[in-house]
Structure formats: C-alpha cells, structure tokens
Design a protein around this ligand. Structure first.
Ligand SMILES: Cc1ncc(COP(=O)(O)O)c(C=O)c1O
Length: 386
C-alpha cells in the first residue's frame, strides 16, 4: 500500500501526507476504503501479499498502523476495536499468577475491569496513587511484577507521572512499562522515546479527532514475543476494528497536529482565565505554573500541555451541575479529543464508587476562538461560555 517514497521530515508532514501514499493505479492522494475480508493467492497457491484474512490482519490497517508507529517512534502498531480492547489485550497477554501495578485514579474503566475480571482470572493487581513514583517503587515485586500501567496526564485529574522514572523502576524489577498516552497524543509526548515499552491510545479521542469512530491502538518499542502474543490475541479473540473505521481514523490523523496544538492553546487560555476565580476551588491543568505536575510536564510534553482541564467548583456536585446547566457552547457530554468543546460532571458517569471529587467538571477545550477570553458584560462578569 505504501509508495515507498516517505518524506523523511517532520511528524506533522508525515501525518498530513499519510506517509506520502499515492495510489499507483490512479494517482489518488487519498487511500481507498478497503473492505475486503479475504485476499487472493496465485496459481502456485502462494499469497500475493502478506494478507490472508481480515480478522488476523486487515490490509485496511496497514497505513494507519504504519503512520502511528512512525509518530510514536515505535517498532510497530496495532489497531483495536476500542481503547479498552487495546488495553485489555495487553493484560490478557500475561499469564494467571503474574503481578501488575496500575495507577488507581485514571480512566475509571481499567481499574474496574482489573478488579472485576483480571483478578478473578488470576492476575495479582496492586493499585497505586496516580503520579506517585515512590508508591510504584514500593509496590513492585521483583521477578513477579510483569507490567506497570500508567496514564499521563491522567483522566480526569490530569495528574502527571514521570514516564522516564517509571520506566526505570519497572525495568529494574524486570517489568514492562505501558503508558496510556491518550490525553497527550504523539504530538505532545512519545512514551517510547522516554523508555516505555508500550504506548496505548483510545484512538476514539485525539487520533481520530471527530467524535465519530470508536477505536484503540497499541504501539510497541520492540517487535518481540510479548508483542506477537498481543497480536495473536487480537487475531484469535476477533473483536477487531472495522475497515471503514480504520479509514476514518487515518483521515483524522492527518490533521492531528493542527488540532492538538490549537486545543492545547485553548485549554491553557481557559485554565489561566479561571485559575483564581472566586467561585472555583481550583483548576487542574499541567500547563499552569503552580500545578504539581508542571515541572515534569514541561520535560515530557512538547508544544503544549493538552486540551483537557478540570474545574473544581465551590459548593460540590450541586454547584457544579448548576454551572454546566448554564453553558451555551460547551456540549454536556462525555468523551474528549473531538472538535467540539465538551463538559462533563465526571462523578455522574463514574458512579458511586468513583474516586473523582464530586465538585469536578472535566472540560474539553476545542472550538475556542482566538478572541477568547470574551469582553466582560455591563455587570463586569464574563459570559459563562465562549
Ligand atoms: C484516557 C482513556 N483511556 C482509555 C479510554 C477507553 O477508550 P475507548 O472508549 O475507546 O474504549 C478512555 C475513554 O474515555 C480514556 O479517556
């Protein structure tokens, strides 16, 4: 599928040109949607390409996987039907009796799945507070811990974990480090360059970027036996990504850098504006100089601190919900990474066991105009929305 004349230059150019693919038959600059589920053999019964059948390895994945592997500076990438499918594939490649360490206040479905499914299946799981390297160090069981899972910045508190330091701790104990890098995207952070073994994305978010594809992705530092186990698991379990979704994902990735940079600027402007607001108890955003994760974020995030921030509203859940009810442009909806500005009372979706503070509103800064913040109205207070 690849023309072989990839430009050896900047990641944004590689992404915008989808690695420089030109259709050899038509000269088309956009790849076709490739829905075939099976692939032909020649008269000698040899395969014409490495593809046999779409469940183990669809040809529709070639281009987006190659692009993502390049953007993350990894050895290979694999697409999945969702971010959770990509995540669970990593844990399923381990064996019952293995021990893993997972940060606890991260995207809430993973700790829930580990408690409800992975532990009964036989994995030993230790949860540690997000961002706390000392806790990871203490939880590691030499020769027993196989995997350390972190998420940075972590959804929805945007706590930052030092990837290079976490990799050192994991490797010292003989474990792998996997990083959920959904919120940073390869534009801002490339975990493999910092020592991680695996980077994971809910491609539903920034990679696709248009709130119209559910997808997940893993990128590996090495094409080794553990990676092949993950790939085999994907092929055999079979809950794979559809071909049209993978085409949409590639199209979305072509504008990734423009979107993430603008969204990071928007988030920083909003965070600064609300930083000392009298009706807020705080703003969580690693781009703010006084944020506890700022120094590490400055080291491991380049070109911005991400498009996500959280506002802590004085007065708890009731005040937070009253605040969101007045918004006009921010859509009250879950998810992130699309071109819409969204806002969500995170405690409502995570349920009664949620560790997320009830006063927390998670905001997705997307469609911010360059004129923001808006001019104050006649009473001196800015409108509630942009
Ligand atoms: C940080 C993070 N990781 C993983 C996931 C799971 O991704 P998906 O919904 O694509 O399964 C999400 C979903 O919101 C997320 O925010």
């Amino acid at each position: 599928m690849n023309s072989g004349n990839e430009p050896k230059n900047r990641p944004e150019t590689l992404a915008a040109r989808a690695l420089g693919w030109i259709d050899p038959a038509t000269g088309a600059v956009s790849p076709p949607v490739q829905p075939s589920t099976t692939y032909a053999r020649g008269p000698d019964y040899k395969l014409l390409t490495p593809h046999i059948y779409a469940r183990p390895e669809s040809a529709a994945y070639d281009q987006p996987e190659a692009l993502l592997a390049r953007l993350e500076n990894g050895a290979a990438a694999a697409l999945f039907a969702s971010g959770m499918a990509a995540t669970t594939a990593v844990f399923q490649a381990l064996s019952p009796g293995d021990h893993v360490i997972c940060q606890e206040d991260i995207y809430f479905n993973l700790p829930k799945w580990l408690r409800e499914w992975a532990r009964p299946w036989g994995l030993g799981v230790s949860f540690v507070p997000t961002g706390n390297l000392e806790a990871i160090r203490k939880a590691v069981q030499p020769n027993q811990t196989r995997l350390v899972w972190i998420e940075t910045p972590a959804n929805p508190t945007w706590t930052v974990t030092d990837i290079a330091a976490a990799a050192e701790i994991a490797h010292h104990a003989g474990a792998l480090l996997a990083v959920d890098s959904t919120a940073a995207s390869p534009v801002l952070t490339r975990p493999i360059e910092l020592g991680a073994d695996l980077a994971m994305h809910s491609a539903t978010k920034y990679l696709n970027g248009h709130s119209d594809v559910l997808a997940g992705a893993l990128v590996t530092a090495r094409d080794d036996a553990f990676w092949q186990r993950i790939k085999t698991n994907r092929a055999m379990m079979g809950g794979v990504l559809g071909t049209f979704e993978s085409w949409l994902l590639l199209r979305g990735m072509r504008t990734l850098h423009l979107r993430v940079r603008q969204q990071s600027q928007s988030a920083l402007a909003i965070a600064r504006h609300f930083q000392n607001h009298p009706k807020l108890a705080g703003v969580n955003y690693p781009g703010l100089e006084n944020d506890p994760g700022h120094e590490v974020a400055k080291r491991q995030m380049q070109g911005g601190f991400g498009g996500m921030l959280s506002l802590r509203v004085k007065g708890g859940a009731a005040a937070a919900l009253a605040f969101v009810s007045r918004l006009q442009l921010f859509v009250r909806a879950t998810s992130l990474g699309g071109v819409e500005s969204l806002i969500e009372h995170r405690g409502s979706i995570e349920g009664p066991d949620s560790p997320t503070p009830q006063d927390l509103l998670r905001a997705v800064a997307a469609s911010l105009s360059p004129q923001w913040p808006p001019v104050a109205d006649a009473h001196g207070s800015p409108p509630p929305d942009h």
